[in-house]
Design a protein around this ligand. Structure first.
Ligand code: ADP
Ligand code: ADP
Length: 225
């Protein structure tokens, strides 16, 4: 997986310092969670790493190279969001194959990679269905497959399980852990759910008011007697 280095990162809007001096080194292959209340700057930080927002100050380096001037598609990052809509008019197979098509991967290779991705998210045989024929959890697993099918070195996730019920959320948390262990991709995961952060992360960066208030392993941040 990729290493990611955030240095004095800032994002100012008219009235708000959405991100107010974040420095963080994320190691290759790490599962790092940004945890914090609504409005603490988690999504803005993620959007700057993805390249959809431009920092007001500071730097972002992926594998030691500054990406601030690089357009999103060139950063080769996978992404999953809470309401990351699948294309409703495309089958599961075509949804997952979309990023491959964008990258000019030939049809035969696409078919093979899509089948592998469906295996990974435990939906083999679902390639011919349409999104509306799937449950919420299945749709989110298809979104996950689409995010990893082109073998990115970095996966960004913003509350990907937020819209799901508790049981499904817990199942998918385990699946995220398994995928992370299998793939060796660096995961940066955003949530406001402390329990979720504790269950899944190698390390947690606690955000508050646009700043990182604390960083540490789950057991170091919250030692429960
Ligand atoms: P979180 O993901 O932790 O909920 P956000 O990064 O979404 O936090 O937002 C951090 C702060 O920046 C909030 O106060 C939010 O209202 C503000 N903010 C986010 N995006 C914009 C925007 N496009 N314009 C103005 N303010 C914004
Ligand atoms: P959940 O309780 O997780 O939301 P659903 O009730 O949406 O699940 O779906 C349960 C099962 O039925 C899933 O395996 C899903 O693939 C299947 N299913 C739901 N809607 C359709 C449909 N329109 N056509 C085919 N299969 C469907």
């Amino acid at each position: 997986g990729a290493s990611v280095s955030l240095a004095d990162l800032e994002k100012r809007y008219d009235r708000t310092n959405a991100v107010d001096g974040v420095s963080l080194d994320i190691r290759s292959g790490e599962f790092l969670t940004l945890l914090g209340p609504s409005g603490s700057g988690k999504t803005t930080t993620l959007m700057m790493i993805a390249g959809f927002e431009t920092p007001s100050a500071g730097d972002i380096a992926i594998d030691g190279t500054s990406v601030v001037a690089m357009p999103p598609y060139r950063r080769n990052i996978g992404m999953v969001f809470q309401n990351y809509a699948l294309f409703p008019h495309l089958t599961v197979e075509d949804n997952i194959g979309f990023p491959l098509k964008q990258r000019g991967v030939p049809k035969a290779e696409r078919t093979k990679l899509v089948a592998e991705a469906l295996e990974l998210v435990q939906l083999p045989g679902y390639g011919g269905r349409y999104p509306r024929q799937l449950s919420g959890g299945q749709q989110q697993r298809v979104a996950l497959a689409r995010a990893i099918v082109f073998k990115p070195r970095l996966l960004l996730m913003d509350e990907p399980l937020g819209a799901l019920d508790k049981q499904l959320r817990e199942n998918l948390q385990l699946e995220m852990r398994r995928l992370h262990a299998d793939l060796g991709i660096t995961f940066i995961y955003v949530t406001h759910d402390q329990e979720e952060a504790l269950t899944m992360s190698d390390r947690i960066a606690v955000m508050n008011d646009g700043k990182v208030a604390q960083v540490g392993r789950p057991e170091d941040l919250y030692d429960r007697p």
